[in-house]
Structure formats: structure tokens, C-alpha cells
Design a protein around this ligand. Structure first.
Ligand SMILES: [Zn+2]
Length: 151
């Protein structure tokens, strides 16, 4: 298992995404079940999950009380080495990016730009997946840690 924490300040707030790469799909599914049981969720317990982005905007203090997030970590992306493609990575990052956008600009799950917008993640993931094979053999990526883009 590998674990990374990445940060964006694009919205003006520090927001972090934890990315966990599991060696085996069953390890990922075990972690999803454990996470969802712990957090009172069940939407993915019986699903054929091959990758997932858990997004949250409250944190637990005590057993029942929840408050608005004070720490910057707002998404956990879980990937499996057995099912890993550029499309899956792009898809899960689309969920994470939408959640951060929703948190810092909209503050509502009812707005279409939120971490649960499956349709947006599918569109973004497919476009990225279609482009990635064309570009990645053509160029050497430079300044890959640059975070602002002006065109
Ligand atoms: Zn999705």
C-alpha cells in the first residue's frame, strides 16, 4: 500500500486529498467497508467498487456530534493496482476537485458541482483517458509542479 497526501490552494483555502493505492482490489474493498461502517454509510458496501473518492465536509467530535471541517483533508481517494488506468485516476480526481469547488464556492451538496456528481466525473475521466495516450508519448513534462495555468 502506498499513501500520498496532496494539497491545493487554488480556492484560497488549503485543501488536501489523500490518495491510497492498494495492491489488491480486495484490500481496497475491505478498506471501503471499514470506512463506511465506521462513518455510518453503506452506499458502496455491496457495490463492485474498483476505485472510490470519499468526500466529507464535517468531522466527528465525540460519538454523535459533527462540526464543519477545520482540517484541510477533505477527500480520500482509494485506488487498486489491479484496476488502475488514467481514466480511473482522472475520474476520482474529478470527484475530489468538484468536492473542493463545492466546499469553497458553493457549500451545498444540492449544487451540481459536488463530489457526488458521477456524470461529471465520467465525462472528465473519458476525455482525459482519450487524450492521455496521445500526449504522454509525445512530450516530456516540465514544470510539473506548477499549479497555476494561464492561457
Ligand atoms: Zn465516480
Amino acid at each position: 500500500m502506498h499513501k500520498w497526501t496532496i494539497t491545493t490552494t487554488a480556492t484560497g483555502k488549503k485543501r488536501q486529498v489523500q490518495v491510497i493505492l492498494y495492491e489488491r482490489l480486495q484490500d481496497l474493498r475491505g478498506a471501503v467497508t471499514k470506512y463506511e461502517n465506521k462513518n455510518g454509510k453503506s452506499e458502496h458496501l455491496d457495490a463492485d467498487v474498483i476505485a472510490i473518492c470519499h468526500s466529507f465536509f464535517t468531522q466527528k467530535i465525540g460519538k454523535k456530534q459533527e462540526v464543519e471541517l477545520e482540517y484541510p483533508l477533505v477527500n480520500i481517494i482509494r485506488l487498486s493496482r489491479e484496476y488502475l488506468t488514467p481514466m480511473i485516476i482522472a475520474h476520482e480526481f474529478a470527484h475530489a476537485a468538484q468536492h473542493i469547488y463545492g466546499l469553497d464556492y458553493l457549500m451545498s451538496w444540492k449544487n451540481p458541482m459536488n463530489g457526488a456528481n458521477e456524470e461529471f466525473a465520467e465525462i472528465y475521466g473519458e476525455l482525459f483517458n482519450a487524450f492521455w495516450p496521445m500526449i504522454h508519448t509525445q512530450v516530456t513534462f516540465k514544470n510539473s509542479n506548477r499549479t497555476t495555468i494561464k492561457i
